[in-house]
Design a protein around this ligand. Structure first.
Ligand code: GLN
Length: 497
């Protein structure tokens, strides 16, 4: 049962072939068996999950009408607050913090009867592409335990690939849902900015951050998308409009007449040969399914990474000022001899890791008077040019596509001492965040050169999220009929330990 899709689990629950308590227990058992190897979880809420499951079972027994995913378990990225449950954002500075409130995403999950198993590992404050920046140890990729599961949401993606959870929540500021999905052979979606509330999402870069669904199939992602999305007056950037009909779109399985734009700048040099060949084959599947392929050019994407590494650290340097040792988490050096400022300094020195400090310094510099226009101001102008590139491209195509990332999963430690090499992982995912549009990654097979999963990115214009689900669902169905089985059946079996 734990290897099924969330939709199949929901179906079994509604037919009363299994209870939510049983299904939740199966996943808790799987976590107990394999998480010492994968380390996807920072906290497992066994009692809470079982009691949520029991509540759903009781409602079902009483004949109440339940939402489609009621009773299905989920893993929550540790950057979302859940009342009373330890929440660290992967940082030592928040060690021991139990939020006094639920994020809107969690409120929505609970309202839908989705059972929260626990909190997943991540790069500290979502800064990274490998989960190696977590203060609580790295997560291992279930395909090869010596490799990274992507980041920052490596724990969420790994939990899906290791069958510890059928659904997970991620957040994506520059690729943190899509890149982990790509390297673990799972599906991840960054909705349109403002589509899912940021209330209770511990802020990294507020103008880029967006929570979204992680799953093993496109339909499962769509079901979770509809459960968490929608207007929220607690988030001033939330979009007050109906949620795009992504579930219906994922079920269409038809792309006849749709124009698919291949972004020239996102598939050239620097992409692993096996990534490119799987990408090209996937395009052919879409052609066979009746889509038309066009090439589009987005010349300013060349500057997206540089602009992102000014904008995101600038916003982070401001957002992270709230970790001042007074209100949340740890406090260091408060023995009566030091003043408040000194206690703050010592706490931040001990509480923040290297990458977080690097970004705070970068961002503070970029925002400093005298440099503001040259750095932050220029980056914002580049952002506008990227928005315009997308607008022009969407005039020629319904969705845009590219490989999700340049390579398959790399070895743990391979890039941890080279920040620039790490940043380059996000070359294809960052433009989507800069423009606030939607982006999805889905698996399109294993790279012939190393046998590891390859991700295919689909981008859709703002509030046209349904289109990427329509194309993703169709491509997934075509590949499934070709392969005969889901890609994750090729992942090595993790022996219980
Ligand atoms: N890897 C990128 C970064 O380090 C994106 C992270 C994210 O999307 N949260 O900033």
């Amino acid at each position: 049962m734990i290897r099924n899709s969330a939709a199949a689990m929901a179906d079994a629950l509604s037919k009363k072939e299994i209870t939510s308590v049983e299904l939740t227990q199966l996943h808790l058992d799987r976590i107990d068996a394999v998480d010492s190897q994968v380390h996807a979880f920072l906290h497992v809420d066994r009692e809470g999950a079982l009691s949520q499951a029991a509540a759903v079972d009781a409602k079902r027994a009483a004949g109440e009408k339940l939402s489609p995913l009621a009773g299905v378990p989920l893993a929550l990225k540790d950057v979302m607050t859940q009342k009373g449950i330890p929440t660290t954002a992967g940082s030592k500075i928040l060690e021991g913090w139990r939020p006094p409130y639920d994020s809107t995403v969690v409120t929505n999950l609970k309202a839908n009867g989705i059972v929260i198993l626990g909190k997943t590992n991540m790069d500290e404050f979502a800064m990274g592409s490998s989960t190696e920046n977590s203060a609580y140890g790295t997560t291992h990729n279930p395909w090869d335990l010596d490799r990274i599961p992507g980041g920052s949401g490596g724990g969420s993606a790994a939990s899906l690939a290791a069958f510890q959870a059928p659904l997970a929540i991620g957040t994506d500021t520059g690729g943190s849902i899509r890149q982990p999905a790509a390297v673990t052979g799972t599906v991840g979606v960054k909705p349109t900015y403002g589509g899912v509330s940021r209330y209770g999402l511990i802020a990294f870069s507020s103008s880029l951050d967006q929570a979204g669904p992680c799953a093993r199939t496109v339909l499962d992602a769509a079901l979770l998308h509809e459960a968490i999305a929608g207007y929220d007056k607690k988030d001033s950037t939330s979009i007050n409009a109906p949620v795009p009909a992504v579930v219906a779109a994922a079920k269409k399985l038809d792309v006849k007449g749709l124009k698919i734009g291949v972004v020239k700048e996102l598939s050239g040099d620097g992409y692993q040969a096996g990534v490119k060949s799987r990408f090209d084959e996937a395009l052919q599947e879409l052609v066979s399914a009746g889509a038309e392929i066009v090439e589009v050019s987005c010349p300013n994407f060349e500057y997206a990474l540089a602009a992102y590494y000014l904008i995101a650290p600038s916003e982070a340097s401001s957002n992270l000022a709230r970790f001042d040792s007074m209100r949340y988490g740890i406090r260091v050096g408060d023995d009566g001899s030091a003043g408040a400022e000194e206690v703050m300094r010592m706490t931040r020195e001990v509480g923040f890791g290297k990458e977080v400090k690097r970004r705070i310094i970068l961002g503070t510099y970029a925002l400093s008077s005298g440099y503001y226009d040259a750095y932050y101001g220029s980056a914002q102008k580049v952002r506008t040019l990227i928005v315009q590139d997308f607008a022009k491209a969407f005039a020629h195509a319904d969705v845009l596509v590219s490989p999700t990332c340049p390579t398959t999963a790399f070895k743990i430690g391979e890039k941890s001492n080279d920040p620039l090499a790490m940043y380059l992982n996000d070359i294809a995912t960052i433009p989507v965040n800069m423009a606030g549009i939607g982006g999805m990654s889905l698996p399109v097979g294993l790279s012939p050169d190393d046998g590891l999963p390859v991700g295919f990115q689909i981008m859709s214009a703002a509030m046209k999220d349904d289109l990427m689900y329509q194309v993703g669902g169709t491509l997934e169905a075509a590949l499934l009929s070709k392969w005969g089985a889901p890609i994750l059946t090729n992942a090595p079996e993790l022996a219980a330990k």
